[in-house]
Design a protein around this ligand. Structure first.
Ligand SMILES: O=C(CO)[C@H](O)[C@H](O)COP(=O)(O)O
Ligand SMILES: [Fe+2]
Length: 226
């Protein structure tokens, strides 16, 4: 359990891209805390999403933080472009390159919050020596690349261990993949404070449901802490 504030971060990967701007505005009005922006390169992960130009074009539609999840290898050449396109935090994968500490320094040099993501098969020890260099730890509960996958059960225990590893450090603990109101309570209990959700919020792309779906995840996460 943690006192870090609950943040609901809809993944715009699940948006209807033909009306992306409308989707962003609807999510903002529906109570999103962060916008989770998934960037996929077709190399580190077997899918391609979009680049900094698209991100920049939606940046002006909301004042909420952009939580940018870079699934790119090598990532260093793209840090600056996403910083300039309006990222608030930039999360890179521990598996994406040999010099993670250097990448984190580059993100901080851009004045952005740093995040590290670890895949389901990556041990927590990958971040043990860089805890002072990160503002956010993202535990992947799916293998990255696609929305709509099923939460991998062993991620729950890893999250509990990550929460213990973080201790009282000012690091947000984020989960991504298969998150819904059904598991948000247990995730909050395990220590998660940032809940990424694509399908559970945007599935079907009916903007009139976004507020209640965001609220359902928030309620599940908050109730368990009360
Ligand atoms: O990083 C991601 C995929 O690699 C996405 O953030 C994730 O898929 C969210 O979608 P869903 O909630 O549908 O699992
Ligand atoms: Fe993501």
């Amino acid at each position: 359990m943690t006192n870090r504030p609950i943040r609901i971060a809809p993944s715009i990967l699940s948006a209807d891209f033909s009306r992306l701007g409308e989707e962003v505005v609807a999510l903002d009005n529906a109570g999103a805390d962060y916008f989770h922006v998934d960037i996929m390169d077709g190399h580190f992960v077997p899918n391609i999403s979009f680049g900094p130009g698209v991100m920049q074009s939606i940046r002006k539609l909301t004042k909420k933080p952009f939580d940018v999840h870079l699934m790119i290898a090598p990532v260093d050449p793209y840090v600056s472009a996403f910083a300039k396109a309006g990222a608030d935090s930039i999360t890179v994968h521990a598996e994406a390159g040999p010099h993670l500490h250097r990448t984190l320094q580059a993100i901080r040099a851009e004045g952005k919050r740093t995040g590290v993501a670890i895949n389901p098969a990556t041990p927590l020890s990958a971040v043990e020596h860089i805890l002072d260099d990160i503002d956010l730890l993202l535990v992947m509960s799916i293998n990255p690349g696609f929305g709509g996958q099923t939460f991998i059960p062993h991620a729950m225990e890893k999250i509990r261990l990550a929460n213990a590893l973080i201790g009282n450090r000012p690091i947000e603990l984020e989960v991504d993949g298969g998150v819904s109101a059904a598991n948000a309570g247990e995730l909050a209990q395990a220590g998660i404070n940032v809940f990424v959700a694509g399908t559970a919020i945007l599935g079907g792309n009916d903007t009139s449901t976004y507020a209640s779906r965001i609220a359902a995840i928030r309620d599940a996460a908050t109730t368990i802490r009360a």
